[in-house]
Design a binder for this molecule. Sequence first.
Ligand code: FES
Length: 196
Amino acid sequence: MNKHIQKKPESGVRSLPSKKDHPAGKCLMSRRKMLFASGMATATVMVAMSADPAAAKVPAMVATYPRKKIAKLSELKTDQPIGFEYPDQGAYAQSMLVKMGTEAGGGIGPQKDVVAFNYFCTHQGGDLSGTYKGDTKSLGACPLHLSTYDLTRHGILISGQAYQSLPQVLLELDGDDIYAVGVFGLIFGRYDNLQG
Ligand code: FES
């Protein structure tokens, strides 16, 4: 007797769509996965005050990203980026927010088309300010060595010298207010995004 008989799906059971059916392609990651991947979880850890295993432990908070209001959804115009700084006002914090009119990985809003990215090239820190292209929904070319990034797919490299995606600023929508709440990827020039 064959032990490997495949069960037929029950009638009325809907099969899941494959990734290739997604309008923005295979590269998109769910928002939940992005939050975990970016270390967004707030955590309280118990820290021992001495090497003695019997010693009392005290709670200590792990640093998390600030929640910063950066714009109102109703005021955004398609393909017109606005600048902001995140996660602080330190080096390489300049970033851009844009409504692209095209669904994008990590996008928020009714069309999932509002995204934000850090403005510094991951190769050698070229400043990408003013290089947004609405026709290709990209940032670049970098003025130093021409890297260009796709903003519909989490900032992956389209062409050029860089080999890491552009850090994506994670967004939340609260009513009409848009908040920056984290960063997915390491900002150029930092060993830790929260150490500006
Ligand atoms: S610094 Fe941008 S491609 Fe080299």
